[in-house]
Design a protein around this ligand. Structure first.
Ligand code: ZN
Length: 151
């Protein structure tokens, strides 16, 4: 990756950190869960309004580092209107992207703007920051009472 591209990616992440999208409690939510990344101290709550198998609305609250916040922000942007099956597929693709599993290379075209997190795989500690919101999303889908943890 060229350094120009890297700095562009950083700009996207910093922008979402500064102005997170869908950053509020969702009054219509029928699913929610808390997540915690003890390694970095990131905390997130994900709210879902699921009708049938469609994610009608999604939002989050929380506090944490720029990576965790930007990841949650971009996740909510990317998942509105998707089916639960599509959500699960994106979870897998995003996870493969940030962990860089060589046996299952992610297709950047499927991930849209989420490819900005591809650089995270160079920093194993940051992988948990990037995936926290997604693990919490999964817990919310199942209405898990136990907070989701990256550990
Ligand atoms: Zn973090």
């Amino acid at each position: 990756m060229t350094s120009e591209l890297t700095s562009l990616y950083q700009e996207v992440i910093l922008d979402h950190n500064k102005r997170p999208r869908n950053f509020h409690k969702l009054e219509s939510a029928n699913h929610h869960a808390d997540g915690y990344n003890p390694l970095c101290g990131d905390k997130v709550t994900v709210y879902l309004d699921v009708q049938g198998d469609i994610v009608r609305d999604i939002s989050f609250e929380g506090s944490g580092c720029a990576i965790s916040k930007a990841s949650a922000s971009m996740m909510t942007e990317g998942l509105k209107g998707r089916t639960l099956a599509q959500v699960e597929e994106l979870f897998q693709r995003f996870h493969d992207l940030v962990t860089g599993r060589p046996e299952n290379p992610a297709n950047p075209a499927d991930l849209g703007k989420l490819v900005v997190f591809s650089g995270v795989r160079e920093f194993p500690v940051r992988v948990k920051c990037a995936t926290l919101a997604w693990h919490t999303l999964r817990a919310a889908k199942e209405n898990r009472q136990q907070p989701a943890s990256t550990e």
